[in-house]
Design a protein around this ligand. Structure first.
Ligand code: DC
Length: 218
């Protein structure tokens, strides 16, 4: 059987990695996993039960019992859940509990698909260190905050851009400073700075890299 193609995209919040991951998945017939959903899901379940995301034992238990179906209709995209996700993500037991699911998703392609794209913070470094292609997608904090604010403000007209900026910067700092699987660029990851790039231009740049690597490997 042919080895599955695995594309890893890591980077800070609102860098554009999710949009890119979806486009890449469509272009190359790959399954897509937004791994942030898993951490947001665990955080949402804890908050829903009135628990503190800082409670390490409860967070670990929620991650061990995690099932994606439990959060099917949950509103996991709120600021509160984002911040709580970053807190539970610093818990090594939570990360260990979610690791196997992510690796299986990457290595066992769905019927008819050639592999998978995963986006997150530690895909190229921890989850799939042998990924076919790795990207570290980033952009300036100002630009990322503007993008996220434009995304959220239609449904939250009172939300201020400065608040979104503060949330992002706080979350990035926590995600990058934790001991276990911190957000960082893998040595062999291609840096993709989208600060001044349209999504089309970023996608074209990513395609050039992927086509170059897959041509060499085939
Ligand atoms: O990508 P996101 O904003 O949905 O992720 C929410 C939080 O989950 C983020 O602040 C850090 C954490 N996360 C992580 O630690 N590792 C991943 N692979 C994905 C997300």
């Amino acid at each position: 059987m042919e080895k599955p193609i695995v594309i890893a995209l890591d980077g800070p919040a609102a860098s554009g990695k999710g949009t890119l991951a979806r486009l890449i998945a469509d272009q190359y017939a790959l399954a897509y996993l937004d791994t942030g959903v898993l951490y947001r899901g665990v955080a949402w379940l804890l908050l829903e039960d009135g628990n503190d995301p800082n409670d390490a034992a409860l967070a670990a238990k929620a991650a061990k019992n995690f099932d994606i179906e439990k959060i099917e209709n949950a509103d996991i995209r709120t600021r509160k859940v984002g911040a709580a996700a970053s807190v539970v993500a610093a818990n090594a037991d939570v990360r260990a509990a979610l690791l196997e699911f992510q690796r299986r998703f990457a290595n066992e392609p769905k019927p008819g698909l050639k592999g998978a794209v995963l986006d997150g913070r530690d895909i190229g470094t921890v989850v799939c260190p042998d990924a076919t292609v790795k990207f570290f997608v980033t952009a300036s904090a100002d630009v990322r905050a503007r993008r996220r604010w434009l995304e959220l403000s239609p449904s939250r007209p009172t939300l201020e851009e400065a608040t979104v900026y503060k949330d992002l910067v706080e979350r990035d700092a926590r995600d990058a400073a934790r001991d276990d699987a911190p957000m960082t660029r893998a040595d062999d990851a291609e840096l993709l700075d989208t600060t001044h790039l349209s999504i089309d231009a970023a996608f074209a740049a990513a395609r050039r890299v992927i086509d170059g690597v897959t041509r060499r490997c085939s």
